[in-house]
Design a binder for this molecule. Structure first.
Ligand SMILES: [Ca+2]
Length: 136
């Protein structure tokens, strides 16, 4: 992506598996991950201020062997989120375990974007090494 925005924080609706911290989602390190096995668990990324976004990139754990399904949501007011993309899928055929994949979304100004877990082809986990939010 041409422009990659700084993620200020990531809030999760449930704690990470085995105490994994949410910071692992945006620490720039492809060796640190965040995981949770609840279907419907959410990760809300905060860009600190509104940015023009049309792309999100995710480095999945096991992306060379399983397909993840997820939704993307954005806030419609202070508390409610609405989907902007539903049942997106990772390829499951990436070159490496932690290969990055890009997902296009309709361009919009946003500060918060939320990933909703719908599990993967092997189990109910969401498991991400790194997320990036930006503009193509
Ligand atoms: Ca990481």
């Amino acid at each position: 992506m041409k422009e990659k925005y700084t993620i200020v924080s990531a809030e999760t609706s449930s704690p990470g598996h085995n105490g994994l911290p949410a910071e692992n989602l945006f620490d720039g390190d492809l060796a640190t991950n965040w995981a949770n096995k609840e279907i419907g668990v959410t990760i809300t990324h905060d860009l600190g201020s509104e940015k023009k976004v049309d792309c999100i990139a995710i480095s999945w754990s096991g992306n060379n062997s399983r397909k993840y399904t997820f939704d993307l949501e954005v806030p419609v007011n202070g508390t409610d989120f609405t989907p902007i993309a539903t049942s997106l899928e990772s390829t499951g055929t990436a070159a490496k375990n932690n290969s990055k994949e890009y997902y296009a979304i309709p361009e919009q100004s946003l500060r918060y974007i939320r990933i909703v877990n719908k599990g993967n082809t092997k189990n109910t986990f969401i498991n991400i090494y790194e997320a990036e939010i930006g503009h193509r």
